[in-house]
Design a protein around this ligand. Sequence first.
Ligand code: BTN
Length: 312
Amino acid sequence: MALEYDILDILCNGQFHSGESLGQQLGVTRAAIWKAIGKLNTLDVPIQRVHGKGYRIQGGLELLDQQKIASEIDNHKLINEIQVLPTVDSTNDYLLKLARQGCKSGTFALAEHQSKGRGRLERQWYSPFAGNLFCSVLWHFNKDPAELSGLSLAVAIALVRTLENYGISGLQLKWPNDVLWQQRKLAGILLDMIAEPHGVTKVVIGIGLNIKPTEDWAYLEEITPKPIERNQLTSLLINDLASSLVIFSDQGLAPFLNDWEKRDVLNGKKIKVESSNKAYTATAKGISERGELVIDHDGQQRTILFGTVRLA
Ligand code: BTN
């Protein structure tokens, strides 16, 4: 992937570059360039080839830049390290490995591409090269996993606040942690936990945010005409996420509930619930302080902590 990444680094300015000049700059043959560009095309990088002119990425591309991202961080005490990886299996799996090796809290991993991006419920997370945001953070909590049941909702709120401050409006939240726009999913959150002795839990929090057209999902470029500056947006997200994790650690979900209620797409609606191998219809009644979905099922109010839910 190193050659592919170096090619992108040149093509990202949006200009034409011939195979010959790319080969010369990178010290490889034109055939090697051709092969690497073929690989980038299979990873959905929109590289155009025009006879007599060469290769280009129309409109250019902003690659993630560790230094640019780090330069906009405002609370360095909360952040141990920010790593930018050209490609990785999954940023969550990468940080889980580091966590087991004793890596510190506040470590962020960002990738241009994931070969095995994971979603909730063992689903695959589509992770094309250099367009969307794949971001994970390792955070240590002095709490048992059971006390962290509302964490993914707090993370969803942090993400929505970042996007709204960036000028994106009309966002909705769907329990447990989907960010939607016009009823279509824009971003998802995946938590992996390692319970340690003495009431410490290490959590890897992964966020996938669609920026470019991504299958039939919502994506930022369709919501706003403003060009999305991925490095700036990533710094804002890291700042908001780190401060929200501190608030959640101290006060739980309570400070986030109001923001959830305002954007809750399910509240008051008829929903289909699939939980513990059972499927039934109920009415959504908001969120509890533990992050459970409150439902009215056959006239009885109950809460659910796991499961999938959709509008009926
Ligand atoms: C969901 O199913 O809604 C959760 C999707 C989470 C995807 C992100 S992308 C960054 C991190 N690495 C992964 O493999 N998954 C998460």
